[in-house]
Design a protein around this ligand. Structure first.
Ligand code: NAP
Length: 358
């Protein structure tokens, strides 16, 4: 039996190298030979906190880019040799391993001109951004991108808090492509021009002492629609001051009750605790976004990745995140180094991409 090597967690905080048989795809599945994967905050919470870990060894990586190696029965849309990217969210079929089995609904073919290192930044946070805006926040799904019609709330201010995150960058791009003209972004100063080039109308530094006044002035009052891509105690505190009394906040769960995105020692509640809910006016709807459930939306389940994402790439509508590539040393060293980058909060506006083959 042929085997491959992968790096997984054997316990909280403990990374080890494992051997596993190369899987065979079942009916309706494909086997991807993975070249690149990513590590992000969710993987870090898995490793450092055991967050959402069901069993050990636990595998990582919510994205994969590589080549179709085998195709199971009744798969028609993909063939051996196709270059693909995949949203590899569901264990044990994660992306940070040399082989991963997926269903075609989570796989997008990519054109020759898109490199694997760029393409691998797209699936998880593109899906997150699309699902947050067009399902959780309730904006209508455009029939085409770029939208030729004007959406009902095209001039309503929409605040993307933490637009410097890799998920936030896709939210700004998707709002622009969907015809929204009043997108207020908060991010570190160095991302201002980049976010404006992707469609943000205003960009404010979230560290500025005048942030609350600046956002309210730009919006012409308190803001009806808000997405929090960082979801920290201090981002919630600021948003509570700028959100309209009957506004909607969609936040990317979990909430980090700590000062930094890595979560440190604070709790990671997925639902908003009562004492934090009390920071907001009573009429505010607070939605905890859990992208792993996006396929419950039948409009998105079988098309978002293989059709919508694929077409947006082919039409050159969506710009992949910039990358921080970890490709030195053996696979265990690379995974440890990549985790350290995420843990130290040193990566700004880039996706941490890991070269996968041993
Ligand atoms: N529930 C879900 O469905 C879901 C899906 C995706 C992500 N998430 C969660 O959402 C969070 C972001 O994920 P990601 O992958 O987009 O992260 P990421 O790209 O790794 O985020 C890094 C960025 O966070 C920004 N940031 C850090 N502290 C901030 C603060 N106080 N205010 C504003 N921005 C801050 C920094 O922006 P600057 O460079 O501008 O400083 C940095 O570039 C993570 O907690 C993740 O687990 C949840």
């Amino acid at each position: 039996m042929s085997t491959y090597t992968f790096v997984g967690a054997s316990a909280v905080g403990q990374l080890d190298t494992y051997e596993a048989p190369i899987p065979t795809p079942g009916d309706g599945e494909v086997l991807i030979k993975v070249d690149y994967s990513t590590l992000g905050p969710f993987d870090l919470y898995n490793l450092d906190r055991g967050f959402y870990v069901r069993e050990y060894p636990h595998r990582f990586g919510c994205n994969a880019a590589g080549t179709i190696e085998k195709v199971g029965a009744s798969v028609e849309e993909l063939k051996v040799g196709d270059r693909v990217i995949s949203f590899t969210a569901y264990p044990p079929n994660k992306g940070l391993q040399a082989y991963t089995v997926q269903t075609p609904s989570l796989v997008a073919k990519i054109p020759e001109w898109l490199s694997f290192v760029e393409g691998v930044t797209l699936p998880d946070n593109f899906v997150t951004a699309f699902y947050t805006l067009f399902n959780q926040l309730g904006l209508p799904i455009p029939t085409e991108f770029p939208s030729k019609s004007t959406p009902p709330k095209s001039t309503t201010p929409i605040l993307i808090y933490g637009a410097g995150t890799t998920s936030g960058q896709y939210m700004v791009q998707l709002l622009n492509l969907a015809g929204y003209k009043n997108v207020i972004a908060t991010a570190s100063k160095q991302h201002e021009n980049y976010l404006r080039s992707m469609g943000a109308t205003h960009v404010f530094d979230y560290r500025s002492s005048s942030l609350v006044e600046d956002v309210i002035k730009a919006a012409g009052g308190k803001v009806e629609l808000v997405v929090d891509c960082a979801s920290l105690s201090n981002t919630f505190a600021t948003i509570s001051k700028v959100i309209a009394p009957a506004g909607t906040l969609a936040f990317l769960a979990p909430l980090k009750l700590s000062a930094s995105l890595s979560g440190e020692d604070g709790e990671l509640p997925v639902e908003i605790p009562e004492e934090v809910r009390a920071w907001f006016p009573k009429g505010v709807s607070v939605i905890s976004v859990k992208t792993f459930f996006f396929q419950k939306d039948e409009r998105l389940a079988n098309t978002l990745v293989p059709v919508v994402l694929r077409k947006m790439i082919e039409d050159k509508l969506i710009q992949p995140n910039r990358i921080c590539l970890v490709n030195q040393g053996d696979i265990l060293t690379r995974v440890k180094d990549a985790f350290e980058l995420v843990r130290s909060n040193k990566v700004s506006g880039q996706k941490v991409v890991v070269k996968v083959p041993v």
